[in-house]
Design a protein around this ligand. Structure first.
Ligand SMILES: [Zn+2]
Ligand SMILES: [Zn+2]
Length: 239
């Protein structure tokens, strides 16, 4: 029997045989999409050894940091991934079809990995309003800075709903990083806004800047993670 739902596989670790459909798919993406119970086993990209789901926990060391990137095959010792996920014999054929459709979408670059970012959108709107208030009060310098940050935030937030591209994350990172730079500049120069008569101690500005730098770093990490996933998914095909 060829690749199909009834194909039998023998686990390279425990020798147990199990049935499963081979879905040639990025393991990370698939494990996010599939209910865990549906995964019957995994196949090494290098030597085709199959590892049943029970043995995978102990024998496939998946790093919390780099995911499957550095996972070694217990049989051939080479890199295991991205590998093939084997979906269990009990799996609903409609689920399987929808997974295959998802894979085609991923391959076409229409990834669903980016979620619409409502907070960046909101932050963009708040900063634009703040910018307009400041400009009307003839606080031109702060007014322009806030408006620019607001517009970039609004574009990044809106783009996260429309484009579903990981580059949106870079735009978000740029916006929050600029905000951090502005806060540090305020702290160093002791600049104050006359309108609000705010006298914020510099350490609070630096604390807020540190938070925004961390947030920008997080966005860049997310960009790399998603981009990496997409690159992998584009390389593989459905059997
Ligand atoms: Zn096993
Ligand atoms: Zn192997």
């Amino acid at each position: 029997m060829s690749e199909g739902i009834n194909k039998e596989h023998a686990c390279a670790i425990c020798g147990k045989t199990y049935q499963g459909e081979s879905l040639v798919w990025d393991v990370v993406v698939a494990s996010e999409k599939l209910p865990l119970a549906e995964i019957a086993g995994y196949k090494c990209e290098n030597c085709d050894a199959v590892i049943c789901d029970e043995c995978s926990a102990e024998n496939l060391k998946v790093s919390g940091w780099s995911g499957w990137e550095k996972t070694k095959c217990p049989r051939c010792g080479q890199l295991f991934g991205p590998g093939t996920v084997q979906v269990g014999g009990e799996v609903d054929s409609r689920l399987l079809e929808s997974l295959k459709r998802d894979q085609i979408e991923f391959a076409a670059g229409k990834t669903k990995l980016i979620k619409g970012d409502f907070y960046t959108l909101l932050y963009g709107v708040i900063f634009i309003v703040l910018g307009v208030v400041l400009l009307q009060a003839e606080e031109m310098f702060f007014g322009y800075i806030m408006s620019i940050l607001g517009v970039v935030g609004l574009i990044a937030g809106a783009a996260s709903f429309v484009f579903k591209s990981p580059y949106v994350k870079l735009l978000e990172a740029a916006d929050t990083f600029m905000l951090a730079v502005v806060l540090v500049a305020f702290g160093l120069t002791g600049t104050k806004m006359d309108l609000f008569e705010l006298d914020i101690p510099p350490y609070l500005l630096y604390l807020a800047a540190a938070f925004f730098i961390w947030s920008a770093y997080d966005d860049i990490k997310e960009f790399l993670r998603i981009n990496n996933k997409i690159q992998k998914v584009r390389k593989i095909s459905i059997k």
